[in-house]
Ligand binder design. Structure first.
Ligand code: MOS
Length: 745
């Protein structure tokens, strides 16, 4: 019996049972003896200074241990440094309790530590604070005049600024047969993973810290804590095996981590700080944006000119940037382009990457504008995409490493029944409801960064693989176990993937849809090195049948090394380890992107979304009754967890198009719907038929797995596909998300 490859199989989540039975412990769940509880006090003003905080009255409450404010926080050299950030993403992050200045509404200004959570929360709720208020600006629209270029820095190097103009955009646009000019407005969104942000800092006798944190990056948080509090990294252990969603909100260490560690160090006690749902709206969000597109095409449908400008919000203390405007020319090779991206600093917390940051924002404008072009030209929207199809990325003057987007269009359209669409708006009905079909294209970068993995062969002949990577719900544990098992020809049960601890070999944050390629490549590198080691040691065993045998002559399966020429000859892994006098055999290796090869190619995943909506014109209700996303993302390691990723992205697409926004009252500079009752997200009744197609895509260039990552690609095409379907149903074009029934009536 030969090893049946586990990669490519729809393996169920290994930790699924733990999660559904409640056995999986999250950052705020760990039982720690004599634990203290911290509750954060947030500013009720938007800008100004703290004049006075009455901590004495609070400290008198029975059970309150200490109150931390900017006045008594420990002195931290880090606060005085200009650019002392080791965070991902890079920048100059907010520093809690730095001084008396209030920079945004909801800013953490104090931490009350008490014997119970309830006492801490009660004490925090009655704390008297006197402020001096200053004039503030929180509205993007009315402050558009302040838009300026993003400052140059590491952040803008990693996330490129708008591409340079090409050709003669003004002339080309003016002279074109078809022109579209449209404005798109997006509200702020908050990530709102179901797991609240929490940190449990366990203070050990010798001053060492074990920190259970909700984060996307254990080492990122370890470095942050080490740097900020001047601790040796070895004494800071960050553990985060289960993460109840994050979507980018955990890319950066959040302020509850700072608060919890600060209190633990000062009090020499273990301290937990948990944010509540309201407080989940007090850090990081997808920035509101205003976009303007100007697209033009010749009478045959060839796009000739692409203009795309975006203005986005940022904070006063840092320039958050994302790639909103560069995508159109990657998809449609127009010779004349004009792109611009500007920021307006406002009195808000810095925006933060949220699933498909920039991409989902830009693609809505791009793909809605393409739809408008299609109607003007009387060309089917799908046909228009095919007229402008390319395998070459003109923006970087290089081909795509692979691009099966055409197959996404073809297979998606076929399964959806796109050909049944009648082109005229308002031409399709079901009962008293209008029916609309819409489609859109998606693109997202396929990245790979560095990671290290240790592989150990145990005395039982089992494989243990470890990496500091987190699994934010994507399926990393399962997928890495599959890849590792195939490397040694083992069954899934004989492989353990250990992860989510900063003391394990280096891994970056989980994000950017790059975990499978990044950590997967490291697992493969370690697997290869371990095979080599095992074969060498097997050959050195007394009387070994594998003496001087090369790797080409053997296979690794059935828990051992088998000679190809005589399959009866097997040397078991456990016997190889036993011959080492029970010492484990291990290796640590790095997964490295092949930059010399990769620089000649653009690497991206693609998708095509097809959506059916039903619109009730009398009630103004919109339902996404059917949606299909066809995805080209290279080799799919686990079709089951991958499908879930795409489905999750599609649900979010529906949410972004129809439900989700954080609403500000700019008179107070404050978010008004800081709860899950008024921050609308879809419920089960809003989600109908969803389907996912993975088209075959072979890519030997992108990385040794041939995989591109699927965390973000499922989201990007959905909002424009929905908006386009609504236009087809109603004949009305809505460019402001979310599209609400009041717009429709
Ligand atoms: Mo993602 S926004 O890279 O966590």
């Amino acid at each position: 019996m030969s090893h049946k490859l586990l990669t490519g199989q729809p393996v169920s989540r290994i930790e699924g049972q733990q999660k559904v039975t409640g056995a999986a412990r999250y950052a705020g769940d760990y039982h720690v003896p004599e634990l203290l509880y911290g509750y954060v006090v947030n500013s009720t003003i938007t800008k100004g200074k703290i004049l006075e905080i009455d901590t004495e009255q609070i400290k008198a409450i029975k059970g309150v241990i200490e109150v931390f404010t900017h006045k008594n926080r420990p002195s931290l050299a880090w606060f005085d440094l200009q650019y002392a950030d080791m965070d991902a993403p890079p920048g100059s992050p907010f520093r809690p309790l730095q001084n008396a200045d209030i920079k945004y509404n909801g800013q953490p200004i104090a931490l009350v530590v008490a014997e119970t959570f309830e006492i801490a929360r009660y004490a925090a709720s009655i704390m008297a604070v006197r402020y001096e208020e200053q004039h503030f600006f929180t509205d993007l629209e009315s402050n558009k005049g302040k838009a300026r270029d993003p400052k140059k820095g590491l952040a803008t190097f990693l996330k490129p600024l708008p591409a340079k103009p090409k050709g003669d955009f003004g002339k080309a646009f003016h002279n074109a047969a078809a022109q579209v000019s449209a404005e798109f407005i997006h509200a702020a969104e908050h990530h709102n993973p179901i797991e609240l942000f929490a940190t449990t800092t366990v203070y050990e006798e010798d001053g060492k810290l074990t920190i259970y944190d909700k984060t996307q990056g254990t080492i990122n948080c370890q470095l942050y804590v080490g740097n900020v509090f001047g601790l040796h990294y070895k004494n800071v252990r960050v553990i985060s095996p289960y993460v109840g969603g994050a979507f980018g909100s955990g890319l950066r260490p959040q302020y509850q981590l700072f608060m919890s560690v600060m209190a633990a160090l000062q009090l020499k006690r273990s301290v937990r700080v948990t944010l509540d749902r309201q407080q989940m709206f007090t850090f990081g969000h997808r920035p509101p944006t205003i976009q303007q597109t100007r697209f033009a095409a010749d009478s045959q449908g060839k796009v000739t000119a692409l203009g795309h400008e975006a203005v986005a919000e940022t904070s006063q203390h840092e320039d958050y940037t994302e790639v909103v405007v560069n995508w159109s020319n990657m998809l449609y090779p127009a010779p004349h382009t004009s792109f611009d991206y500007k920021l307006v600093p406002l009195d808000v917390f810095s925006p933060l990457d949220m699933r498909a940051p920039g991409g989902v924002t830009g693609m809505h404008a791009i793909e809605s504008s393409m739809d408008q072009l299609a109607y003007q030209l009387k060309i089917d929207p799908l046909a228009l995409r095919l007229i402008n199809y390319t395998d070459f990325d003109v923006t970087a003057d290089r081909p795509y490493s692979s691009k099966e987007l055409r197959e996404c269009y073809v297979q998606g359209a076929e399964k959806f029944g796109w050909s049944k669409r009648t082109p005229e708006p308002r031409s399709m009905r079901r009962g008293h409801k209008l029916v609309g079909y819409g489609m859109a294209t998606g693109i997202w970068e396929a990245m790979q960064v560095l990671a290290r993995v240790e592989a150990v062969m145990t005395a039982e002949g089992k494989l243990e693989v470890s990496s500091a990577i987190t699994d934010i719900g994507t399926g990393t544990l399962t997928v890495m176990t599959q890849i590792a098992a195939d490397e040694l020809g083992l069954a899934l049960e004989d492989v353990t993937f250990c992860y989510g601890e900063s003391q394990m070999p280096f891994a970056p944050v989980q994000g950017g849809s790059f975990t499978v390629s990044t950590v997967g490549a490291a697992v493969k590198a370690a697997g290869k090195a371990l095979r080599k080691k095992l074969l060498k040691k097997a050959g050195n065993m007394p009387g070994s049948p594998l003496k001087s045998v090369s790797e080409k002559e053997v296979v690794f399966e059935r828990g051992g090394i088998i000679l190809k020429s005589n399959q009866n000859v097997i040397v078991y892994f456990k016997d190889i380890v036993a011959a080492e006098k029970k010492k484990v055999i291990k290796t640590t290796n790095t997964g490295v992107p092949n930059v010399f090869k990769l620089k000649n190619y653009t690497r991206a995943a693609h998708s095509a979304a097809f959506v059916e909506v039903e619109v009730d014109e009398e009630l103004g209700t919109i339902q996404v009754t059917r949606a299909i996303t066809a995805v080209a993302a290279g080799n799919i390691i686990n079709p089951k967890t991958a499908r879930s990723q795409i489905l999750g992205g599609m649900v979010w697409g529906i949410s972004k198009a129809l439900f989700e926004e954080t609403i500000s009252d700019h008179r107070f500079g404050k978010y008004m719907n800081q709860n899950l009752a008024e921050y609308h997200i879809p419920v089960h009744a809003d989600i109908h038929e969803l389907d996912v197609i993975f088209v075959e895509e072979k890519d030997d260039i992108v990385n040794e797995l041939g995989s591109k990552g699927i965390g973000e690609i499922g989201l990007v095409a959905m909002p424009p596909a929905i908006a386009n379907a609504i236009y087809h149903a109603t004949g009305k074009r809505f460019n402001q998300l979310p599209i609400h029934f009041d717009q429709l009536l």
